[in-house]
Write a protein that binds this ligand. Sequence first.
Ligand SMILES: NC(=O)c1ccc[n+]([C@@H]2O[C@H](COP(=O)([O-])OP(=O)(O)OC[C@H]3O[C@@H](n4cnc5c(N)ncnc54)[C@H](O)[C@@H]3O)[C@@H](O)[C@H]2O)c1
Length: 326
Amino acid sequence: MPLLLTRDDVIGVLNMFDCMKVVEKAFAELAAGTAVLPLRIGITPPDGLALYMPAYLKEMNALACKIVSVYKNNPLKFNLPTTIGKVLLQDPGTGEVICIMDGGYLTAVRTGAASGVATQYLARADKGQVAGIFGAGVQAKMQLWAMTVARPIACAYVYDISSATTEAFIKEMGAELKLDIIPADSPGQILAESDIICTASSSATPLFDGSQVRPGTHINGIGSHTPTARELDTTIIKRSKIVADSFEACLKEAGDIMIPIQEGVIRKDDLYAELGELITGRKAARTNDSEITLFKSNGLAIQDVAAAKLVYEKAKKAGIGKEVTL
Ligand SMILES: NC(=O)c1ccc[n+]([C@@H]2O[C@H](COP(=O)([O-])OP(=O)(O)OC[C@H]3O[C@@H](n4cnc5c(N)ncnc54)[C@H](O)[C@@H]3O)[C@@H](O)[C@H]2O)c1
Protein backbone atom coordinates (compact mmCIF):
# COMPACT_ATOMS: atom_id res chain seq x y z
CA MET A 1 0.00 0.00 0.00
CA PRO A 2 1.48 3.37 -0.95
CA LEU A 3 2.25 5.80 1.85
CA LEU A 4 0.58 9.18 1.43
CA LEU A 5 2.62 12.14 2.70
CA THR A 6 1.14 15.63 2.88
CA ARG A 7 3.10 18.87 2.68
CA ASP A 8 3.13 19.07 6.50
CA ASP A 9 4.41 15.48 6.73
CA VAL A 10 7.27 16.40 4.38
CA ILE A 11 8.03 19.59 6.31
CA GLY A 12 8.11 17.55 9.51
CA VAL A 13 10.92 15.25 8.36
CA LEU A 14 12.98 17.12 5.75
CA ASN A 15 15.85 19.37 6.81
CA MET A 16 18.49 21.15 4.74
CA PHE A 17 21.54 19.48 6.28
CA ASP A 18 20.36 15.93 5.51
CA CYS A 19 19.02 16.95 2.11
CA MET A 20 22.39 18.42 1.12
CA LYS A 21 24.06 15.11 1.98
CA VAL A 22 21.78 13.03 -0.28
CA VAL A 23 21.76 15.62 -3.09
CA GLU A 24 25.56 15.59 -3.04
CA LYS A 25 25.50 11.78 -3.43
CA ALA A 26 23.00 12.09 -6.29
CA PHE A 27 25.29 14.50 -8.20
CA ALA A 28 28.20 12.13 -7.58
CA GLU A 29 26.14 9.30 -9.12
CA LEU A 30 25.41 11.47 -12.13
CA ALA A 31 29.14 12.06 -12.66
CA ALA A 32 29.97 8.38 -12.07
CA GLY A 33 27.40 7.19 -14.63
CA THR A 34 25.17 5.30 -12.19
CA ALA A 35 22.23 7.69 -12.55
CA VAL A 36 19.57 7.44 -15.24
CA LEU A 37 18.33 10.96 -15.99
CA PRO A 38 16.19 11.53 -19.08
CA LEU A 39 15.78 15.22 -19.97
CA ARG A 40 12.50 16.35 -18.45
CA ILE A 41 9.39 16.61 -20.60
CA GLY A 42 7.84 20.08 -20.66
CA ILE A 43 4.34 21.08 -21.73
CA THR A 44 3.28 24.73 -21.91
CA PRO A 45 -0.43 25.34 -21.36
CA PRO A 46 -1.31 29.03 -21.92
CA ASP A 47 -0.65 30.22 -18.35
CA GLY A 48 2.34 28.18 -17.26
CA LEU A 49 4.69 25.28 -17.59
CA ALA A 50 4.18 21.61 -16.59
CA LEU A 51 7.25 19.40 -16.23
CA TYR A 52 7.52 15.59 -15.93
CA MET A 53 10.77 14.58 -14.26
CA PRO A 54 11.79 10.91 -13.80
CA ALA A 55 15.14 9.56 -12.59
CA TYR A 56 16.83 6.46 -11.14
CA LEU A 57 19.82 6.38 -8.81
CA LYS A 58 21.39 2.92 -8.83
CA GLU A 59 23.69 3.22 -5.79
CA MET A 60 20.99 4.88 -3.69
CA ASN A 61 18.41 2.35 -4.96
CA ALA A 62 15.92 5.14 -5.64
CA LEU A 63 13.41 5.55 -8.46
CA ALA A 64 10.81 8.32 -8.76
CA CYS A 65 8.99 10.75 -11.01
CA LYS A 66 7.94 14.27 -10.12
CA ILE A 67 5.20 16.28 -11.75
CA VAL A 68 5.90 19.97 -11.20
CA SER A 69 4.36 23.13 -12.56
CA VAL A 70 5.53 26.76 -12.65
CA TYR A 71 2.66 29.27 -12.99
CA LYS A 72 3.85 32.83 -12.39
CA ASN A 73 0.35 34.26 -11.87
CA ASN A 74 -0.64 31.71 -9.25
CA PRO A 75 0.21 33.80 -6.15
CA LEU A 76 -1.76 36.88 -7.25
CA LYS A 77 -4.62 35.26 -9.16
CA PHE A 78 -5.29 32.07 -7.21
CA ASN A 79 -3.44 32.45 -3.90
CA LEU A 80 -1.41 29.39 -4.89
CA PRO A 81 2.38 29.02 -4.98
CA THR A 82 4.23 29.62 -8.27
CA THR A 83 5.77 26.15 -8.08
CA ILE A 84 3.59 23.12 -7.26
CA GLY A 85 4.68 19.47 -7.38
CA LYS A 86 3.87 15.87 -6.47
CA VAL A 87 6.32 12.96 -6.36
CA LEU A 88 5.67 9.26 -7.03
CA LEU A 89 8.38 7.14 -5.39
CA GLN A 90 8.72 3.57 -6.70
CA ASP A 91 10.29 0.37 -5.45
CA PRO A 92 13.09 -0.15 -8.01
CA GLY A 93 12.77 -3.93 -7.51
CA THR A 94 9.07 -4.23 -8.42
CA GLY A 95 8.18 -0.88 -10.00
CA GLU A 96 5.35 -0.52 -7.48
CA VAL A 97 4.62 3.04 -6.30
CA ILE A 98 5.44 2.94 -2.59
CA CYS A 99 4.88 6.58 -1.73
CA ILE A 100 2.98 9.61 -3.05
CA MET A 101 4.16 12.85 -1.49
CA ASP A 102 3.63 16.53 -1.88
CA GLY A 103 6.55 17.95 -3.81
CA GLY A 104 6.30 21.72 -3.33
CA TYR A 105 8.35 21.98 -0.15
CA LEU A 106 10.58 19.11 -1.29
CA THR A 107 11.36 21.00 -4.52
CA ALA A 108 12.34 24.14 -2.65
CA VAL A 109 14.54 22.24 -0.17
CA ARG A 110 16.27 20.13 -2.82
CA THR A 111 16.86 23.27 -4.94
CA GLY A 112 18.37 24.98 -1.92
CA ALA A 113 20.38 21.82 -1.24
CA ALA A 114 21.98 21.84 -4.72
CA SER A 115 23.02 25.47 -4.22
CA GLY A 116 24.25 24.61 -0.74
CA VAL A 117 26.44 21.80 -2.07
CA ALA A 118 27.74 24.02 -4.90
CA THR A 119 28.52 26.74 -2.34
CA GLN A 120 30.46 24.28 -0.17
CA TYR A 121 32.68 23.49 -3.15
CA LEU A 122 32.88 26.91 -4.80
CA ALA A 123 32.54 29.76 -2.31
CA ARG A 124 35.60 31.23 -0.62
CA ALA A 125 36.42 29.59 2.69
CA ASP A 126 36.68 32.70 4.88
CA LYS A 127 34.39 33.04 7.88
CA GLY A 128 31.67 35.63 8.40
CA GLN A 129 30.59 35.96 4.78
CA VAL A 130 27.61 38.00 3.65
CA ALA A 131 24.82 36.38 1.61
CA GLY A 132 22.79 38.36 -0.94
CA ILE A 133 19.47 37.00 -2.16
CA PHE A 134 17.58 38.21 -5.22
CA GLY A 135 13.89 37.34 -4.89
CA ALA A 136 12.15 36.80 -1.57
CA GLY A 137 9.72 34.05 -2.60
CA VAL A 138 9.53 30.35 -1.80
CA GLN A 139 12.84 29.30 -3.38
CA ALA A 140 14.72 32.30 -1.98
CA LYS A 141 13.97 31.21 1.59
CA MET A 142 15.50 27.80 1.01
CA GLN A 143 18.49 29.33 -0.78
CA LEU A 144 19.28 31.38 2.31
CA TRP A 145 18.79 28.38 4.60
CA ALA A 146 21.24 26.39 2.47
CA MET A 147 23.80 29.22 2.55
CA THR A 148 23.78 29.12 6.35
CA VAL A 149 24.45 25.37 6.27
CA ALA A 150 27.19 25.70 3.65
CA ARG A 151 29.08 28.61 5.26
CA PRO A 152 29.03 30.58 8.53
CA ILE A 153 27.00 33.56 7.32
CA ALA A 154 27.35 36.84 9.24
CA CYS A 155 24.26 38.52 7.77
CA ALA A 156 22.19 38.60 4.60
CA TYR A 157 20.78 41.19 2.20
CA VAL A 158 17.59 40.56 0.25
CA TYR A 159 16.16 42.38 -2.78
CA ASP A 160 12.71 41.81 -4.25
CA ILE A 161 10.59 44.13 -6.39
CA SER A 162 7.75 43.54 -3.90
CA SER A 163 8.44 45.28 -0.60
CA ALA A 164 5.67 43.29 1.11
CA THR A 165 7.33 40.02 0.07
CA THR A 166 10.69 41.33 1.26
CA GLU A 167 9.24 42.24 4.66
CA ALA A 168 7.59 38.83 5.06
CA PHE A 169 10.85 37.12 4.07
CA ILE A 170 12.85 39.07 6.67
CA LYS A 171 10.33 38.39 9.42
CA GLU A 172 10.10 34.65 8.72
CA MET A 173 13.69 33.82 7.84
CA GLY A 174 15.25 36.19 10.39
CA ALA A 175 13.41 34.31 13.15
CA GLU A 176 13.91 30.87 11.58
CA LEU A 177 17.66 31.22 11.02
CA LYS A 178 18.34 33.72 13.84
CA LEU A 179 20.08 35.89 11.26
CA ASP A 180 20.29 39.61 10.65
CA ILE A 181 18.58 40.12 7.25
CA ILE A 182 18.71 43.60 5.70
CA PRO A 183 16.41 44.84 2.90
CA ALA A 184 18.63 46.05 0.04
CA ASP A 185 17.49 49.30 -1.53
CA SER A 186 18.87 48.34 -4.96
CA PRO A 187 20.40 45.38 -6.83
CA GLY A 188 23.71 47.27 -6.68
CA GLN A 189 23.70 47.18 -2.88
CA ILE A 190 23.48 43.37 -2.94
CA LEU A 191 26.48 43.22 -5.30
CA ALA A 192 28.49 45.65 -3.18
CA GLU A 193 27.87 43.86 0.14
CA SER A 194 27.73 40.15 -0.71
CA ASP A 195 30.30 37.36 -0.89
CA ILE A 196 27.72 34.76 -1.93
CA ILE A 197 24.75 35.67 -4.14
CA CYS A 198 21.66 33.60 -4.94
CA THR A 199 19.32 34.64 -7.74
CA ALA A 200 15.92 33.08 -7.03
CA SER A 201 13.44 35.38 -8.74
CA SER A 202 10.66 34.96 -11.29
CA SER A 203 12.27 37.60 -13.53
CA ALA A 204 12.83 36.77 -17.20
CA THR A 205 15.38 39.58 -17.66
CA PRO A 206 18.77 40.20 -15.99
CA LEU A 207 18.57 41.24 -12.35
CA PHE A 208 21.81 43.26 -12.18
CA ASP A 209 24.77 44.68 -14.05
CA GLY A 210 27.36 41.90 -14.11
CA SER A 211 30.27 44.35 -14.33
CA GLN A 212 29.56 45.39 -10.70
CA VAL A 213 30.03 41.91 -9.18
CA ARG A 214 33.07 41.86 -6.84
CA PRO A 215 35.98 39.51 -7.61
CA GLY A 216 35.80 36.40 -5.40
CA THR A 217 32.01 36.29 -5.35
CA HIS A 218 30.19 32.99 -5.68
CA ILE A 219 26.78 33.05 -7.40
CA ASN A 220 24.02 30.43 -7.42
CA GLY A 221 21.67 31.15 -10.33
CA ILE A 222 18.52 29.10 -9.84
CA GLY A 223 15.64 31.10 -11.31
CA SER A 224 15.15 31.20 -15.05
CA HIS A 225 14.93 27.91 -16.89
CA THR A 226 13.69 28.52 -20.43
CA PRO A 227 15.82 29.35 -23.49
CA THR A 228 14.59 32.95 -23.74
CA ALA A 229 14.51 33.92 -20.04
CA ARG A 230 17.50 34.86 -17.93
CA GLU A 231 18.37 36.39 -14.56
CA LEU A 232 22.07 36.84 -15.37
CA ASP A 233 23.43 39.19 -18.01
CA THR A 234 26.06 38.31 -20.60
CA THR A 235 28.77 40.23 -18.70
CA ILE A 236 28.57 38.12 -15.55
CA ILE A 237 28.43 34.92 -17.58
CA LYS A 238 31.58 35.99 -19.42
CA ARG A 239 33.35 36.89 -16.14
CA SER A 240 32.46 33.66 -14.30
CA LYS A 241 33.86 30.17 -13.93
CA ILE A 242 30.66 28.31 -14.76
CA VAL A 243 29.64 25.08 -13.07
CA ALA A 244 26.40 23.52 -14.31
CA ASP A 245 24.08 21.07 -12.61
CA SER A 246 23.99 19.46 -16.07
CA PHE A 247 25.59 20.66 -19.31
CA GLU A 248 22.71 19.17 -21.27
CA ALA A 249 20.07 21.03 -19.25
CA CYS A 250 22.04 24.29 -19.50
CA LEU A 251 22.39 24.01 -23.28
CA LYS A 252 18.74 23.09 -23.85
CA GLU A 253 16.89 25.05 -21.17
CA ALA A 254 18.91 27.89 -19.65
CA GLY A 255 18.63 31.31 -21.27
CA ASP A 256 21.35 32.46 -18.82
CA ILE A 257 23.78 30.28 -20.78
CA MET A 258 22.09 29.91 -24.18
CA ILE A 259 21.74 33.64 -24.91
CA PRO A 260 25.45 34.49 -24.42
CA ILE A 261 26.29 31.45 -26.61
CA GLN A 262 23.92 32.71 -29.33
CA GLU A 263 25.53 36.15 -29.03
CA GLY A 264 28.92 34.50 -29.66
CA VAL A 265 30.33 35.82 -26.37
CA ILE A 266 30.96 32.37 -24.86
CA ARG A 267 31.17 28.89 -26.37
CA LYS A 268 29.80 25.57 -25.05
CA ASP A 269 33.35 24.66 -24.08
CA ASP A 270 33.49 27.62 -21.72
CA LEU A 271 31.22 25.74 -19.32
CA TYR A 272 33.86 24.58 -16.86
CA ALA A 273 32.35 21.56 -15.09
CA GLU A 274 29.27 19.80 -13.88
CA LEU A 275 28.75 19.88 -10.11
CA GLY A 276 29.23 16.11 -9.89
CA GLU A 277 32.72 16.46 -11.36
CA LEU A 278 33.74 18.69 -8.45
CA ILE A 279 32.22 16.28 -5.92
CA THR A 280 34.00 13.24 -7.38
CA GLY A 281 37.28 15.17 -7.62
CA ARG A 282 37.53 14.97 -11.41
CA LYS A 283 37.86 18.74 -11.63
CA ALA A 284 39.17 21.29 -9.15
CA ALA A 285 36.64 23.68 -7.64
CA ARG A 286 37.70 27.26 -6.75
CA THR A 287 41.42 27.75 -7.33
CA ASN A 288 41.93 31.29 -5.97
CA ASP A 289 40.13 33.94 -3.92
CA SER A 290 39.55 36.34 -6.78
CA GLU A 291 37.74 34.27 -9.36
CA ILE A 292 33.98 34.65 -9.71
CA THR A 293 32.29 31.26 -9.59
CA LEU A 294 28.77 30.60 -10.83
CA PHE A 295 26.59 27.54 -10.26
CA LYS A 296 23.79 27.42 -12.82
CA SER A 297 20.94 25.30 -11.51
CA ASN A 298 18.12 24.15 -13.75
CA GLY A 299 16.80 21.57 -11.31
CA LEU A 300 17.33 17.88 -11.99
CA ALA A 301 15.12 14.90 -11.22
CA ILE A 302 18.04 13.20 -9.43
CA GLN A 303 17.65 15.84 -6.70
CA ASP A 304 13.96 14.99 -6.31
CA VAL A 305 14.58 11.26 -6.26
CA ALA A 306 17.29 11.56 -3.61
CA ALA A 307 15.18 13.90 -1.45
CA ALA A 308 12.02 11.78 -1.88
CA LYS A 309 13.80 8.60 -0.78
CA LEU A 310 15.16 10.46 2.26
CA VAL A 311 11.68 11.75 3.16
CA TYR A 312 10.13 8.30 2.72
CA GLU A 313 12.69 6.60 4.95
CA LYS A 314 12.41 9.25 7.65
CA ALA A 315 8.60 9.16 7.54
CA LYS A 316 8.53 5.35 7.80
CA LYS A 317 10.89 5.47 10.77
CA ALA A 318 8.82 8.14 12.51
CA GLY A 319 5.49 6.46 11.70
CA ILE A 320 4.30 9.55 9.80
CA GLY A 321 1.80 9.51 6.90
CA LYS A 322 -1.18 7.41 5.89
CA GLU A 323 -1.12 4.11 4.00
CA VAL A 324 -3.81 3.99 1.33
CA THR A 325 -5.21 1.36 -1.01
CA LEU A 326 -5.51 2.74 -4.52
N1 LIG B 1 16.60 25.64 -10.41
C1 LIG B 1 15.65 24.95 -9.83
O1 LIG B 1 15.83 23.78 -9.49
C2 LIG B 1 14.32 25.60 -9.54
C3 LIG B 1 13.36 24.91 -8.78
C4 LIG B 1 12.14 25.53 -8.49
C5 LIG B 1 11.89 26.80 -8.96
N2 LIG B 1 12.84 27.43 -9.73
C6 LIG B 1 12.61 28.78 -10.24
O2 LIG B 1 12.87 29.71 -9.20
C7 LIG B 1 12.18 30.93 -9.47
C8 LIG B 1 11.50 31.42 -8.22
O3 LIG B 1 10.49 30.50 -7.86
P1 LIG B 1 9.59 30.72 -6.55
O4 LIG B 1 8.81 29.48 -6.36
O5 LIG B 1 10.44 31.19 -5.43
O6 LIG B 1 8.66 31.92 -7.04
P2 LIG B 1 7.96 33.06 -6.15
O7 LIG B 1 6.90 33.63 -7.02
O8 LIG B 1 7.59 32.52 -4.82
O9 LIG B 1 9.11 34.15 -5.92
C9 LIG B 1 9.70 34.88 -6.96
C10 LIG B 1 10.01 36.27 -6.45
O10 LIG B 1 10.81 36.96 -7.42
C11 LIG B 1 10.48 38.33 -7.32
N3 LIG B 1 10.99 39.06 -8.47
C12 LIG B 1 10.52 39.11 -9.75
N4 LIG B 1 11.29 39.92 -10.51
C13 LIG B 1 12.28 40.38 -9.70
C14 LIG B 1 13.37 41.26 -9.89
N5 LIG B 1 13.61 41.82 -11.08
N6 LIG B 1 14.20 41.51 -8.85
C15 LIG B 1 13.97 40.95 -7.63
N7 LIG B 1 12.92 40.12 -7.37
C16 LIG B 1 12.09 39.84 -8.40
C17 LIG B 1 8.96 38.31 -7.19
O11 LIG B 1 8.47 39.53 -6.69
C18 LIG B 1 8.76 37.13 -6.23
O12 LIG B 1 8.69 37.54 -4.88
C19 LIG B 1 11.22 30.62 -10.63
O13 LIG B 1 11.78 31.11 -11.82
C20 LIG B 1 11.19 29.11 -10.65
O14 LIG B 1 10.91 28.59 -11.92
C21 LIG B 1 14.04 26.86 -10.01
